[in-house]
Design a protein around this ligand. Sequence first.
Ligand code: HDE
Length: 727
Amino acid sequence: MAQNEKSKNSNQKLEDLERFKEYGSGEFLTTNQGLKVNDNQNSLKAGERGATLLEDFILREKITHFDHERIPERIVHARGSAAHGYFQVYESLGKYTKAKFLNDPALKTPVFVRFSTVAGSRGSSDLARDVRGFSVKFYTQEGNYDLVGNNMPVFFIQDAIKFPDLIHAVKPEPHNEIPQAASAHDTFWDFISLMPESTHMIMWAMSDRAIPRSLRMMEGFGVHTFRFVNEQGEGSFVKFHWKPLLGVHSVAWDEATKISGKDPDFHRRDLWEAIDTGAFPEWELGIQIVKEEDEHKFDFDLLDPTKIIPEELVPIQLVGKLTLDRNPDNFFAETEQVAFHPGHLVPGIDFTNDPLLQGRLFSYTDTQLSRLGSPNFHEIPINRSLPTVHNNQRDGHMRQQVNKGRVSYEPNSLGDNHPMQAKAAEGGFTSYAERIDAKKVRARSNSFFDHFSQATLFFNSQSEPEKNHIVDAFSFELGKVEIPEIRKRMVGILTLVDKDLAAKVADNLGIEVPEPPAQLNHSVPADGNPEEFQPFTKEQKPDASTALSMLNTKKDSIKTRKIAILAANGVDEKSLNDMKNALTAEGAVPMIIAPKLGKIKGIKGNETKVDMSFLTTASVLFDAVFVPGGAQSAATLADDADAIHFINEAYRHCKVIGAEADGIDVLKASYLGKNFPVTPLEMDVQAAEGVVLIFRDGEGSNRESEFIKAVAQHRFWDRELKSKVPA
Ligand code: HDE
C-alpha cells in the first residue's frame, strides 16, 4: 500500500529510475568489476613496440563490451524518439472505468511516450511518408498500462495474420534492400492493390498526416475499439484519441524530401528542443464511448480496425491531459529498451475481439524476447512497473531480482501461500466476461467487407489543397512503381473511392482510367467463395466529417514555431529586434540567418549574433521568414542567391513571409516580385495570402501583430492553387 501511495506523485518513476543512474562526474574510471583503471590509453604489450598481450583483461573487457553494443532493431517502428511526462484526468471516469488513474483528478500518473516511424531502419529519416507510432506507457499504481497507438485512426489490414505480409511488402525489397523508409515501390503497391481492405488507411497514408510538421503537432489514436469496465462490471466500447494542443499540422511533400537531406533528425530534434526549452508538448485524451447494447447500431463493425467512428455519430469527450516535460537521460537505456505491449492492462480496461488487436497480444512479448534477449525485459529500469513484482516466475538471462526463500510455486504452505491471488475488490484483474457462443472457424465477418465508404468519407472531408496533395502523393508513389499492371490495378481501386481522384492520378501516370477490379479480393480461404460475401448494408453515414480535415485544426498560437529572420550588415536593428522580441513574447523561436556566421552590424552600429548561415540551414527547417529593414542589409540579401532561394522556397511551401521597409526590396527581388499577392499601397501594414508587408519602419502597433496573426495560420495552402514556385 505504501508503495501505491507514492505514485500520487508524477516524479515517482523519476525516483525509481534514479537508483539505476550513473553520473561519472568526480569519479575514477573503473572496469566492469569496479577496479580503478590506471591507463586508458595503451594496451598491454610485450615492450613498447611489441605484440599486444592476450592477458590484457582491461582491453578485452572494453572491446568485448563494445562488440556487443547493438541489439536487433525493432522489426517495425525501429526509428523512434521518446520523452517522460505525466497524465492527469480532468474528472473521474468512474462511470465507465474503474482504472484508478482515470478516476482521480489529483493523480499525476508518470508516463513514457515513444513516437516512431514504421518502415524505416533506426537511422532513417524522420520525414519519410509513413504512419507514426504513438506509444504511451502509463506507470500506474495498479501496474503498467500501455496504449500503443498510431497517428492515424485506422489500419491497413483487418486480421493479424496479414501483418507479416504487409510489412514484407513495405520494407525495402529483399533482393537489393531498396528503398529505405519509403512505400513508393512495387512490392508495397502490389500488395495494397490486392488488399481492398487497406483502401481507407491508404487514403490517410497518402494524405499530409503522413508528413507531420512535428511529433508535437499530430494526433494519436488507439485504433482498435477497446473496452472500459466499471466497478459494477458493466462494459462499454471505447476509442482513444490524443488531440495535440498545438493543433495538427504537416509539411509539404517537396519540403519533406528536402528536410530528409538537410536534417534527417528533424522530428527528433524538434521534440528534444521543445522539452529542453520548457515548451512542453501537450495532448488531451479524447474518448468515444459506445454502450454495449449499441454495438450493432453502425453501418460498420466496431471490431473492424479499418473503420473510424465519425465524430458526428459519437462525439469525442476530452477527459484528461498528457504533458511531456523531461527528455530521456540515455537513448539506449530508455527509448531503445522500452518495451510496449497492448496487453499491458490495468483493471477497468479490456480488449474487444478485434482480430488485429487479438493478434498483437501475442506479438509484442514475442518480439521483446528476441530484441531484448530475455524474458526478464520487464526488469530493465524503463520497463519496471511502480508496484513491485511478486510472482513465481524465476531465473533466465540477466535476471536482476534476487528472490529470497525456498518457495517458487503456488499453492504452497512453506510461504503461507504467498504471493497470493488478489480478489477483484483488492485490485485483482478479471477479464470482462463476454459471452462467446460460436463455431471455431477461419473466417471474416461479412460486416468487415465495406472497404470504400469510409475511404470516400475521408476524401470528401478534405479541403481542396489537401485533396490535391493526396492526388500528388498517389501520383508520386505509383509513378515510382515500375510494373504497369500494378499501377493500373491500384488506380482501378481508386475509382471505387472517388472518380475524380482516380482520373487525376491516371492522368499524371499517363494512363486511361481503368475499370475497377472485376473481383475484389476479400481475403477468403483457398476453397472459399468470394461471391458469398455481401457488403454490409449502409444506412447512416455523414457525407463529410469536419474533424478529418487538418484545415479545421486549431490555429490560435505561434508557440514553438521557428521563424527565420534574414539579415546582413546594415540591418535596421530596431526593425529586427522589435520583431524578434514580439515573436519571442508569443513563444515562437526566432533565429537570425545571415550570409556568414559570427555577428552582423546594424545601422546604428549595434552587433547582433548570427544563429546560422545559409550554408548551415535552409528554409525547410523554418515555419516563416521575416526580412527586417535596413537598406544595406536588404541590398546584400537581394543580391545573394541563397537568400533569394530561401524566400522562394518558403513561398513555394506556403509559409508566411514578412518584410519591413527596405526588407520589402528583398521580396521584390525574389519570385514574389513577379507575383506579389498585394499591390503595395503606402499603408502601414498590408497582409494577404500569408505575405505581410510593413511599409512604415515606424512605431505602428500592428507592425508585428499582423505577422504573428498570419504565422498562427501555419500555411497558406491556397497559394499552391495559383502557381508553383520554381524552388
Ligand atoms: Fe505494432 N508492433 N503490430 N501496431 N506497433 C510493434 O513490437 C504488430 C499495430 C505499434 O514504440 C512491434 O516492440 C502486429 C497496430 C507501435 O516501441 C511488433 C500487428 C498499431 C509500435 C508489432 C501490429 C501498432 C509497434 C515491433 C498486427 C496501432 C512501436 C517492436 C496484428 C494501433 C512500439 C515491438 C514502440 C511495434 C507487431 C499492428 C502500433 C513486431 C503483429 C494496429 C506504435 O511486436
